[in-house]
Design a protein around this ligand. Structure first.
Ligand code: NDP
Length: 406
């Protein structure tokens, strides 16, 4: 029986609130706090069980600390934006509260996606006897745990990892992002980095493309190699990895829009002068695009996200594929959100459950793959994200064709 505070009332925050509310024995008291309290109240109104709401600016450490000291929750589930990670971690330390997030810290003026800022909190959390769990969404999150689970149960050593994230859904808009537009576009337009022979190799964004046939008739998609933050922690925690790559599907339509928007400067993150005012182009663009939390009722199709791992077991090379398929419309029926928010929000709830029930409570700052994957994987099956594992032919390779670049 624990009190939690969820910070952030966007697409992901709504799913976390719904899913925590389904487990009153674990989450006995839920406070949903965000910058705009009316969004918290709108989410609370969808949920049968009463949950409380509050207004808070998570960039303001004293204000957030005061809220945490007043409420004394066991845990903060941070599903605001990556810009708030450090201020929320500071407030948690000041108020003696455990911490969880789904995306690593990013300074607003550079799209960096690096863990070192948050790993630097290790001794402070350890010293305070508090647990901080980083990256408990789907990717990062479930993909890290899938890798750890395969390494534990199917291999003696793992050598190659391909994380493949396919969204086969269609929302019917010419251009919209499935989660926060600013964060999404910063991520997709960043240079690609992948892990190879002990170092990160940089290549232009979207310059390597492959065709991928999803299982269970989800379809065949163009996937593009890009940088994703879990590559940093996984290459550190699985030092036997010789190569680790991340691939995501994009439609031609999405990439064409992004190319044009980039060419005219609309994806820039540096402020420009407009009629005597400073405007950040990507923030202006984000304000024009559909709010991802409104995509639920219009999105059809499925996501298919998983990890392909090559390694050695008992002296023999093998390739295993572990994946989850999630249906946008089924998610909407359950929690009034599309599958991208759902696949992020469910692992955030499960990570919180792992901490509150003691499975993953350990003072310090941890990435999810540093814990035992088994209780988390069991909870995925029980709470809406069932997974499957299949063995592929050792001759399997991704069907690579050269991409155009952005
Ligand atoms: P949204 O933009 O829909 O929601 C973000 C919410 O955070 C909004 O309610 C916003 O308030 C609130 N917020 C922003 N700044 C502050 C602040 N200073 N203080 C308090 N609240 C604030 O984003 P999403 O729900 O799509 O994404 C949430 C997080 O999940 C992001 O960090 C994203 O990177 C991460 N994510 C992780 C994934 C994974 O698989 N690991 C996948 C998808 C997303 P307001 O309404 O006032 O703007």
């Amino acid at each position: 029986m624990s009190k939690v505070i969820i910070i952030g009332a966007g697409g992901v925050g709504a799913v976390v609130a719904h899913k925590c509310a389904q487990l009153p024995d674990v989450f006995s008291d839920i406070l949903l706090a965000s910058r705009t309290e009316s969004k918290c109240k709108a989410i609370a109104a969808q949920i049968e069980r009463p949950i409380r709401t509050a207004q808070v600016d998570a960039d303001n450490v004293p204000e957030l600390t005061a809220l945490l000291q007043r409420e004394q929750p066991e845990l903060v589930i941070n599903v605001a934006l990556p810009y708030q990670d450090l201020s929320i971690m500071d407030a948690c330390l000041a108020a003696g509260v455990n911490y969880l997030d789904t995306a690593n810290y990013e300074p607003q003026d550079t799209a960096k996606f690096e863990y070192h800022w948050q790993w630097a909190y290790q001794e402070r959390f350890r010293g305070a006897g508090l647990t901080a769990l980083l990256g408990s969404g789907f990717d990062p999150g479930a993909t890290n745990i899938f890798t750890a689970y395969l390494a534990k149960h199917y291999f003696d050593d793992i050598h190659e990892l391909d994380i493949v994230d396919v969204n086969g859904g269609d929302h019917g808009y010419p251009f919209a992002t499935n989660f926060n537009p600013e964060i999404n576009i910063r991520e997709v337009t960043a240079e690609c980095r992948h892990w190879e022979d002990g170092a990160f190799v940089t290549t232009p964004a979207m310059s390597k493309q492959a065709r991928f046939e999803c299982p269970e008739a989800v379809g065949t998609f163009n996937i593009y190699r890009m940088y994703h933050e879990e590559l940093e922690s996984l290459s550190k925690h699985f030092p036997g990895l010789k190569r680790a790559q991340f691939w995501m599907s994009f439609s031609e339509n999405y990439l064409k829009h992004l190319e044009v928007l980039g060419n005219v400067g609309m994806t820039g993150i540096d402020p420009v002068d407009f009629n005597g005012q400073k405007i950040v182009p990507i923030q202006f663009l984000a304000s024009l695009l559909p709010d991802p939390s409104t995509l639920g009722p219009r999105t059809r199709g499925k996501t298919c996200i998983g990890c392909i791992v090559r390694g050695v077991k008992d002296g023999h090379e093998r390739v295993m594929y572990l994946y989850n398929i999630c249906d946008h419309e089924a998610c909407y029926r359950e929690v009034k959100s599309q599958a991208i928010s759902y696949t992020t929000g469910v692992p955030a709830m499960i990570g919180a459950k792992m901490i509150l029930e003691g499975h993953w409570r350990k003072p310090g700052v941890w990435n999810v793959e540093q814990h035992d994957p088994d209780p988390f994987m069991a909870a995925m099956n029980a709470h809406g994200l069932p997974w499957h594992v299949v063995e592929l032919d050792p001759a399997f390779t991704l069907d690579v064709v050269q991409g155009q670049g952005l």
